[in-house]
Design a protein around this ligand. Sequence first.
Ligand SMILES: [Zn+2]
Length: 277
Amino acid sequence: MSLRVHHLSCGTLCPLSRRLINGEGGWLEPAHMVCHVLLIESPAGLVLVDTGFGEADMAADTRLPAAFRAQAGLRRRPQDTARAQIVALGLDPGDVRHILLTHLDLDHAGGLSDFPEATVHLHLREQQAASTRRSFLERQRYLPAQLAHGPRWQTHAPEGEAFHGFAAARAIPELGEDILLLPLHGHTHGHSGIAVRGEAGWLLHCGDAYFHHATLAAQGQPPAGLRGYERLIAMDNAQRLHNQQRLRELAAHRPELRLFCSHDPQEYAGLARAAAG
Ligand SMILES: [Zn+2]
């Protein structure tokens, strides 16, 4: 069985500078980053992988901190939310039964409150990190207001079963091996990748395990601005670099597996175009 997958961008980020972030264009030009979300039509109902920003983030009286908006350059576009895009596709947001999260950073968890009935799957360590917010960095990145509705958590701590060398959890019993949660810790303590068997083959949503497609090339490096930023906000930098190396090897040896991250506009455009046929 394969699943029908839509690629959505549920947030448009335009921080400075295009040269430092996208690796091209002017130093003082705004960069362009997406928030890559998957919408899956499955026998178990609609499934989201990550949620980007939600309606309450895009509202005029937004719940997002002013400092974050200024730094990230978030465009206030209500039509970007997953909920709005599901309606635009002629589907029912009430049919979203499951949400899988790479992690709970505010640019990934914002849409949860638009689907309060859905079961939210994530790694156990991520749910613990977001609920305790032990460090300064975790108090900036996890936003309690986005979780105030009380998500229906279902945590996973995969061990044993493997997917191309990565431990994997079968998060949704009805979907068995077609949607898997894979630990890819480093960016945050419980950060994970989500593998989905789509119509065109396996997809691996790597979340924020890396930020720019050049990272996956042999000896690849992201643009300087991103490289510094990734290191700065990593909860476990050694683990993050180790996992990037594993992803690089996977990309080299398993070209049939399509890897992509959350914020790269080029990866997003290619996959969205291919899925639209
Ligand atoms: Zn992110």
